[in-house]
Each structure stands twice: as C-alpha cells, then as structure tokens.
Design a protein around this ligand. Structure first.
Ligand code: FAD
Length: 463
C-alpha cells in the first residue's frame, strides 16, 4: 500500500492560501458528515475542501502531487459502493459548489451543466425548456450529475433510453496532475481520437474530476401511461416481459418486484396477492397519446396471455405516482426490516431472470440470509438486497454474496449494472475481469495519475 502524507498544518495552510480558508472544513462534525455515503461504509477524511471553481480543483491537485496526499471527489454522497469515501484519509473534495446550469440550447438539443447540479434539477431544467433528459436514477433528488457521470447511473427509463453515458456528449475534467482537459463534442456525433469521454464516464472519480458536462437532450414525450401487472409467479412475469419486447414494444419502464418484496408492502396494494410467490411488473409507455393507447392495449393482451391476473392502469400523474410510491417503499422497508443489508445490483440476460430468482431460496438456506429481489426487468438489472438479522453471521452473508455474484456470472451476467465497484465490490473484480484486463486498467490509471493520489483504493483489489 502506498504511504501518503497526512494533512499537516503546513498542507492545510497551503490549501487555504490557494483556495481560501472558507472553502476548508476540519471540524469533527463536518469530517463525520463526509465519512459515509449510502453504502453504510465509513472512512474519516482529514479535511474537506468545498470547490467553487475549476481553479480551486486545479490548485488542490497541484498541492496533492507536491505533498503526496490523497484526494477523493464527492458529489451528493448517495453512492452505494463507497466510491466517494476517503479510504486512505486525506482530502474529500466536494463538487457541490459547482452547481450552475450553464445553458439549455433548445435549437441544438443540448445543455451544459456543472458537476454539482442535483440530477433532478438537470431533468427539471430540461423540462422547463420543453425538452427531456431521460436518465432517472432513483436517488436523483440527492445525487449530482457529476456523480451520475462518474458511476454511469441508470434507472427505470434505461430500458428504452439507455444510461447516463448515452447522454454525455463531452466533458471538461481536471486530471489528477492538475491539468484541465476537454473531451468529446458539442454535436450529436464525433469520432475524433480516442473516446476519452467514455473512459471518464463510469471511472468512479479515479481518472479525473469532472468539472463540466455537455448533455444530449431529447424532445419531451407527449404523454406517459403506467400500469401494474400482477402474476402468480416470476416465470410468468418474465415470460410477459419477453412477449412484450419480442413483439417490438419498448416501454419506457419495466420494473419487477419479487414475492419477498411484496411480502413487505402487501398492505399498500389495492388488491390481495395471489398464491405464495406472486410477482409484479410495473410498466410505463410514453409517446403520442394515440400510440400509447394502442400499445397499452396490446401490452395488456400479451401480459394476460402470459398469465397476468390483475392489470391496473395509471393514466394521470397522481395514479402513476401511487405506483412508484409503492416501488420506492420497498427499499425503505428492507432497510427497516434487516439488521444487516448488502445491496448488490447484478445484471443477467432477460432469459435468466426467472432462473436466478428461483435459485435464491437455495442460497438463503445455505448462507442463512434472506434475499429481496427487485429491479429493472426490461434490462435484466436485478437489485439483490441480501440481508440477515443476525449480525454474527456477517461473514456468512459475505460468502453468500460472493456465491450469488458467481451465479450471476455463470448465467452470463455481470456483477454491477449501475452502482459501480468503489470499495464495496473491489474484492470481487477478479471474478469478472481477467488478470490482463485488470493490469491494463491499472496501467491506464497510472498514466492519468502517476502519483496515484486521486481516489486511491477504489475499483482495483489490493495487491
Ligand atoms: C435511495 C437511492 C436510490 C438509488 N438509485 C439508483 C438508481 O436507480 N440507479 C443508479 O445508478 N444508482 C442509484 N443509486 C446510487 C447513487 O445515487 C448513484 O451512484 C449516483 O450516481 C451517485 O451520485 P452522487 O452525486 O451521490 O455521487 P457520490 O456518491 O458522491 O460519488 C459517487 C462516485 O462518483 C465520484 N464522483 C462524484 N462526483 C464526481 C466528479 N465531479 N468528478 C469525478 N468523480 C466524481 C466519486 O468519487 C465516487 O466514486 C441510489 C442511491 C440511493 C441512496
């Protein structure tokens, strides 16, 4: 492990001289505030720096290289993998102060934003201009657009519209050396040189600090209609998904809840649940109203043919919100229910979702865990919420987690669809990536960050 300098008085003074004393926090309360994120891991920073302009970040990185202290970029702190936590101490760099929407260009369908803009505000700014920014991660009232880019965040709309990556045309970023670069284009297309934009997107704040983003926007869909389909079991629900997509329909959301999730929220539903392993699909369709009406009718027929026993349409915004409120309650209830909670977000081929969910009882019994599965049925992204009530069984729960990730890989899946690797999953990286691939990625990291001072200890397992 590299030995970094701790934050001495000399370093603190040098940072204050360059960035201003108001931009630096070192009180125990403030440090504790920046020690955690949504992963429930904790690492205490030695100093928090609140950047308000690009020059602040460049100055900080120059000092970090001179004195060799680590810097960890942080947006909204809603990450589920510990990516913004200072594993090796040093400085947490908050980008929340760079929070301007620079412009929305309604003629060219682009907008330019700073990284600290809350993701929901990005959506709202596009909407206010009559346009649409599709990525909709569930934590969007908390997360920043910089954090979304660094983790390539997804959400229910991904099945139709793709992830954050698909809406980033270009970036500006401060490299770990302090150099400023711009990547990508302001146009709808561009293939000049290597695709550095896509290298930075999803790199979890290890290759550079994003300071500006040019985003692609779409025309706002004229209307959206939602529905809830209730099935007797997961196999029928997944057959429903395959039938709907197989007929060429592409809903703007296709979410599922398994019977364990439903057991926690049953009383919120306006119907009684059938059988002992019911499953629910939440489907939304957007576009011109006439087209939606036709699609919803066709989807209802296809779902019924695959065994849907209850279909509840949600046409108004209020009705749709009632359905999403049920979906949101699931995470909260799992948190309330379990003493230990490990959030995993694997992806498997659509044809393997039912098989995976069917296999869960075997793992629950073997490892003394309970697993609640919900997620994005349309793109195979399953949130496996691995829980135990018995804190003495932490190690067994970890073994169960590893076994489930192994199952996802055996089903030709991947160990993370949207939350990233961070600290929480770095030990599992070699399960999916070859030694050569990891070494090449370590070399890329070294090229960007010769002194390994930006967000050390993330993504790659300890040697
Ligand atoms: C209730 C809840 C629901 C969620 N739902 C979803 C979901 O549906 N889909 C999904 O994908 N995720 C979801 N998440 C996870 C989380 O919201 C996303 O990972 C989000 O993109 C993190 O953004 P943030 O601003 O909070 O980043 P942080 O947590 O602050 O940081 C995340 C990573 O990004 C890096 N980073 C942050 N800002 C920058 C920057 N400017 N430059 C470079 N690197 C940076 C950090 O170093 C870290 O590695 C959810 C989280 C919660 C709590």
């Amino acid at each position: 492990m590299i030995q970094y300098s701790s934050i001495t008085d000399e370093i603190k003074t040098a940072i204050q001289d360059r960035i201003g004393s108001g931009a630096v926090s070192s009180s125990p309360e403030k440090l504790a505030e920046y020690a955690g994120d949504a992963s429930e891991l904790y690492f205490m920073p030695e100093l928090v720096v609140h950047a308000e302009k690009v020059g602040d970040i460049q100055a900080l990185m120059e000092l970090a290289n001179r004195y060799r202290f680590p810097v960890t970029p942080r947006g909204g702190g809603s990450g589920l993998a510990g990516g913004c936590l200072p594993l090796q101490g040093g400085v947490v760099l908050s980008t929340m102060g760079l929070n301007h929407v620079e412009f929305v260009d309604t003629k060219n369908f682009i907008m330019k934003v700073e990284p600290g803009v809350i993701s929901l505000h990005v959506r709202n700014a596009a909407d206010a201009a009559g346009l649409y920014y599709p990525p909709d991660p569930a934590g969007m009232d908390q997360s920043t657009i910089g954090g979304n880019a660094a983790t390539d965040a997804g959400g229910p709309a991904c099945v139709k519209y793709g992830t954050t990556r698909d809406y980033i045309l270009g970036l500006e970023a401060v490299l770990p050396t302090g150099q400023l670069i711009t990547t990508g284009v302001q146009t709808r297309k561009g293939v000049v040189g290597y695709d550095l934009t896509n290298l930075l997107v999803g790199s979890e704040g290890t290759l550079g600090i994003i300071t500006s983003l040019t985003l692609k926007l779409l025309a706002r869909p004229a209307a959206t209609t939602g529905m809830m389909c209730v099935f007797n079991d997961m196999v029928s629900a997944m057959n429903g998904v395959a039938a709907i997509m197989g007929q060429g329909y592409l809903p703007s959301a296709m979410e599922f809840l398994d019977h364990k999730c439903l057991s926690l929220i049953g009383e919120l539903l306006p119907f009684s649940l059938p059988g002992d392993k019911p499953s629910i699909l939440i489907i939304e369709v957007d576009g011109p109203q006439r087209q939606i009406d036709e699609e919803i009718d066709a989807i209802c027929s296809l779902a019924t043919a695959e065994g849907a026993i209850e279909l509840i349409k949600a046409v108004t915004a209020e009705e749709r919100e009632e359905i999403w409120a049920v979906r949101r309650q699931v995470s909260l209830r799992i948190h309330e229910y379990a003493n230990l909670y490990i959030p995993e977000d694997i992806v498997v081929p659509l044809t393997a979702i039912a098989e995976l969910v069917d296999a869960l009882p075997f793992y629950e019994k073997k490892y003394g865990i309970e697993v609640f599965a919900f997620g994005h049925a349309g793109d195979g992204n399953i949130h496996l919420n691995i829980t135990t009530q018995d804190l003495d069984r932490k190690e067994l729960a970890r073994e169960g987690t590893e076994a489930l990730l192994d199952l996802a890989l055996r089903l030709q899946g991947t160990i993370s669809g949207e939350h990233g690797i961070g600290i929480a999953k770095s030990q599992y990286l070699p399960m999916e990536l070859s030694k050569n691939s990891i070494e090449l990625q370590r070399d890329i990291k070294k090229l960007f960050d010769p002194n390994l001072i930006l967000n050390p200890g993330k993504i790659f397992p300890e040697r």
